[in-house]
Ligand binder design. Structure first.
Ligand code: NAI
Length: 254
């Protein structure tokens, strides 16, 4: 299936590690020019974006910015538009997954998880959607939710599950507001994907086996598989899909 994404422009937050890197990589493989947002490890990000350019013949832009800060979101969008003149696809992928009980944690810890996982997606979506409307180009916003936004099965993640559940409703509310303008909003809920966010868990003795028992397909997903889904959802082949969060958990939500 030709997804007809060649020449499109994507901005992917947290786009140089884990799932974000899988998304940036597969979009580049489909001919999309990618602005890769990051907050840490600039040398790794530069090596990654240079490799994508060389390997796939697309343009890339490493773009620094903390998604939880308004000014950084302004700057990120301005830099991407300056370089590429438009943004067709926004992937709100950046997130953190700390483990701490709600009744124990300081208010600031709760606030930080909500700010990065939920408020960041709102702030950046608003800015990018305005740029799409100004240019009358239509577009797609993809929010990286989680199985945890639907089901809170593990302890110590109350802030995270609350943020992701909020993100699912942001997806629906924004889709309701802007889909008639040709801008679709879709969420993805992965289950267990092998990335830096959870390696402290699956590297612990015995825990990998415990996780695998809960995954009907019997395996962790690889980041590039989320990239395949993003590419499909970003394409016009998915023109009838908006305002929903797709289960990509390998059956964990059955
Ligand atoms: P990761 O740790 O590799 O990716 C998170 C990215 O977000 C990193 O690049 C990090 O630098 C970036 N980030 C963190 N705070 C930021 C901030 N304030 N501003 C900008 N960037 C920031 O982990 P992974 O797994 O790739 O996570 C990506 C997304 O997928 C997250 O939203 C996570 O909640 C979600 N997810 C991951 C699952 C998994 O099994 N790995 C399962 C379900 C959801």
């Amino acid at each position: 299936m030709d997804l007809e994404l060649k020449g499109k422009v994507a901005l992917v937050t947290g786009g140089a590690t884990g799932i974000g890197a899988g998304i940036s990589e597969y979009l580049a493989a489909e001919g999309v020019n990618v602005a890769v947002n990051y907050i840490v490890d600039e040398p790794q990000v530069l090596a990654f974006t240079n490799r994508l350019q060389d390997q796939y013949g697309v343009e890339t832009l490493p773009v620094y910015g903390d998604v939880s800060k308004s000014a950084d979101n302004d700057e990120m969008v301005a830099r991407t538009l300056k370089r590429f003149a438009k943004i067709d696809i926004l992937v709100n992928n950046a997130g953190i997954w700390p483990t701490e009980d709600m009744i124990e944690m300081p208010d600031a810890h709760w606030q930080r998880v909500i700010d990065i996982n939920l408020n960041g997606a709102y702030m950046l979506s608003k800015r990018v959607v305005r740029s799409m409307i100004e240019r009358k180009i239509g577009g797609v916003v993809i929010n990286m939710s989680s199985k945890s936004g639907i089901q809170c099965s593990t302890g110590g993640h109350g802030h995270y599950t609350t943020a992701k559940a909020g993100l699912n409703m942001l997806t629906r509310s924004l889709a309701r507001e802007i889909s008639h303008l040709g801008i679709r909003v879709v969420g993805i809920a992965p289950g267990m994907v092998r990335t830096p966010i959870n390696e402290d868990k699956w590297k612990q003795d015995g825990l990998m086996e415990e996780y695998l028992e809960r995954i009907p397909v019997g395996r962790f997903a690889e980041p590039i598989e989320i990239g395949y889904l993003v590419a499909f959802l970003a394409s016009s082949k998915a023109c009838n899909i908006t305002g929903t969060t797709l289960d990509s958990t390998g059956g964990m939500l059955i």
